[in-house]
Write a protein that binds this ligand. Structure first.
Ligand code: AN7
Length: 349
């Protein structure tokens, strides 16, 4: 399979001189959810499983473009702030490109799987006593010196790469879906999907464009509230963001597509997180489950009655956050190593 940069060269800001780096990003599975079709009454519900990307999240699509362009322009290092997935992805692609990578994280609020990826890929890691928003302000300032290329989604190449997921969806379905459900944190991805669907339409890959429905966590819902949130709180640490950098892009995606940006509670997120794994065999991280929680919430008030075909974007792999997964169960049953003892334990379980 040709790499993402090769497949989508005509849609991306790359030249003959852009190094065609790859870790095998993109071309992720689109899996049908019979469970959500039953529950919502929608004819077709599809899950775009972005956790299947090389570092386990959608960030790889944008990072491969951002790091390739950094190489092309002679950059000597990359730098980002992150709730975790951007850091894991930046660290991996920087390693691949032979560039040093610095990541600034909100102390205490990065899921352990993401942190260990940044460590494994050899990033320089600094945790700050503040939320993601403070970390982003810091790397913006550090980036001004020009020593390192900022690879947060304020780097326009990130959005360009991430839009390829929308192109893939249109290719797989033969058209755009009626509605797309997606979590919103820093709001880069919803911005990227809208650009991707618009360009798919212009290029004749899709006859229609979808309505985009974005979901923030109730305790971290600045776009829904219409003002920044100083102390964002949610179990979904990936989207624990109070002042999204791509706010305007998200509002444009919402309004031009005729969609909405709404809030879901941590309980709704955790319920969707557990149920999609148990019914569909798809293990996503809590932030990703916000998309499913949002779809279920709209369906429960019949707000999906004009939707025949829906796609939920599952942005990250469940293995990223083993602590949250482990908290779903209590102590394991532990018994003597005999069939009898196991049979007795199972009778109690
Ligand atoms: C799994 O890694 O912001 O709205 O620093 O990791 O484009 O920010 C991650 C965001 C959704 C939200 N799902 O996407 C970071 C970071 C997962 C994520 C989002 C993130 P944006």
């Amino acid at each position: 399979m040709p790499s993402l940069l090769e497949r989508y060269a005509s849609f991306l800001p790359i030249t003959d001189r852009t190094p065609r780096i790859t870790l095998g990003e993109g071309a992720t599975p689109l899996v049908r959810s019979l469970w959500l079709e039953r529950e919502t009454g929608i004819d077709e519900v599809w899950l775009k499983c972005e956790g299947a990307n090389p570092t386990g999240s959608f960030k790889d699509r944008g990072m491969v473009v951002a790091v390739a362009k950094a190489l092309e322009t002679g950059s000597r290092a990359v730098l980002c702030a992150s709730t975790g997935n951007t850091a894991a992805s930046a660290a991996a692609y920087a390693a691949r490109a032979g560039l040093p990578c610095t990541v600034v994280l909100p102390a205490g609020y990065v899921a352990v799987g993401k942190l260990v990826q940044a460590i494994a890929f050899g990033a320089r890691i600094v945790a700050v006593r503040g939320a993601f928003d403070a970390a982003l302000a810091i790397v913006r300032e550090l980036g001004e010196s020009g020593e390192a290329t900022l690879v947060n989604s304020i780097n326009p190449h990130r959005i360009e790469g991430q839009k390829t997921a929308a192109l893939e969806i249109c290719e797989a379905l033969g058209d755009a879906p009626d509605a797309l459900f997606i979590p919103v944190g820093n709001a880069g991805n919803i911005t990227a999907y809208w650009r991707g669907f618009t360009q798919a339409h212009d290029a004749g890959i899709a006859r229609s464009k979808p309505r985009l429905y974005g979901f923030q966590a109730e305790g971290a819902a600045p776009i829904v509230r219409g003002m920044p949130v100083a102390d964002p709180r949610t179990v979904a640490t990936a989207i624990r963001i109070g002042a999204p950098a791509s706010w305007a892009g998200a509002v444009r995606a919402r309004d031009e597509s005729g969609g909405a940006i709404e809030a879901v509670s941590d309980e709704e997120i955790m319920d969707a997180y557990r149920e999609v794994a148990r019914h569909d065999g798809v293990f996503c991280e809590p932030a990703s489950a916000a998309a499913i929680a949002g779809l279920r919430k709209r369906a429960s008030v019949r707000a999906t009655k004009d939707t025949r075909r829906a796609v939920c974007v599952l942005t990250g792999n469940g293995l990223k956050d083993p602590d949250t997964a482990r908290s779903l169960a209590g102590e394991l049953l532990e018994v003597d190593a005999t069939a009898d003892a196991v049979r007795r334990a199972l009778a109690l379980a």
